[in-house]
Design a protein around this ligand. Structure first.
Ligand code: TMP
Ligand code: MG
Length: 296
């Protein structure tokens, strides 16, 4: 614990850890109190997936995102794998560059996603092989994920997973971890397979890191299970994730939690300005779980 931080009066000592940064501690406390008073019946949780519900790294190695899980010889050939990696090396540094605005990044993200999706389609990926690729990948949810998913289910709080990753892969990851519960709803890029189970396109409007607002307005706002739940706990790892709650009409209290996984020094200030709670290099769900335990 940091000696300079006082313990949260509402019994959430996890918020006093050195890895937890807050721009306005008392606003965070007030929001959590208000959410707790309103109860689980008024709450919804909106979370990003890659590098938010999944770990960023494990034992010094990066954990694959849903797109990177597809980099498996069963699904794509070596040449395609090389091209996808080159695109990642080109565009990921842009995605996380603190020196560029979201407007500046937006067309470049469209370029990245479009090229990767085209490459994947050319590979004629077979649906029946996805489960095996996930099983043999090093995909990993954050430590404490089970408590997180199970508690939301027990308390009948809907969890909207809003991901610019690949929905089919995301579903398989949570299914294989036994947490694809009925209260989980997903908005993501879903694969469109032909009658023989071969990938031929991606369905609907492309979702990338910086257009989640559009998806929130067109999809999330229409989800009936989220209606009448004006309090939102939002989890993300990108500044683009902050717009995931833009579809919540008549929202009352929104608490945003940002995982700062990478480029800590460069992005700390921006993250503290943008998220209510920032978790620096924290590979666990400890803080969200502690807040949820208090609220529900
Ligand atoms: P998210 O919205 O669930 O976090 O998923 C988006 C992440 O996926 C984003 O941070 C970048 C990452 N990504 C890859 O790792 N490889 C790719 O080929 C693409 C297009 C995105
Ligand atoms: Mg993410």
């Amino acid at each position: 614990m940091c000696s300079k931080t006082k313990l949260f009066p509402g019994q959430i000592p996890e918020l006093a850890k050195c890895s937890v940064l807050m721009r306005d501690r008392s606003r965070v406390e007030d929001t959590i109190y208000a959410m707790q008073r309103a109860g689980a019946g008024r709450l919804q949780v909106i979370s990003d997936f890659d590098m938010t519900l999944t770990r960023f790294a494990h034992n010094g190695k990066r954990v694959p995102t849903t797109h990177n899980i597809l980099d498996h010889r069963l699904l794509i050939d070596e040449d395609c794998s090389k091209k996808i990696r080159e695109l990642l090396n080109t565009y990921y540094p842009i995605e996380i560059d603190a020196g560029r605005t979201a407007e500046d990044k937006l067309p470049l993200m469209v370029e990245w996603w479009t090229q990767v999706h085209e490459l994947l389609i050319q590979q004629r990926i077979r649906k029946e092989l996805l489960a095996q690729a996930v099983k043999e990948s090093s995909a990993m949810l954050r430590e404490g994920y089970k408590v997180f998913f199970d508690r939301l289910t027990e308390q009948q709080v809907p969890l909207l997973i809003f991901s610019a990753g690949v929905g089919d892969v995301l579903e398989e990851v949570i299914r294989q971890n036994n947490v694809f519960h009925p209260n989980v709803h997903i908005i993501s890029n879903y694969m469109d397979f032909d009658q023989t189970g071969v990938l031929r396109a991606f369905k609907g409007q492309l979702i990338h890191t910086f257009n989640k607002r559009e998806g929130a307005l067109s999809h999330a706002s229409g989800l009936r299970v989220l209606q009448g739940r004006p309090n939102v706990l939002l989890l993300g790892d990108s500044l683009g994730d902050l717009t995931m709650a833009d579809g919540v009409s008549e929202h009352q209290n929104i608490l945003t939690i940002g995982f700062l996984n990478d480029q800590m020094d460069e992005r700390k200030e921006l993250y503290v300005k943008s998220f209510d709670v920032v978790l620096v290099k924290d590979e666990t769900m400890e803080v969200p779980n502690a807040i949820l335990k208090y609220i529900t």
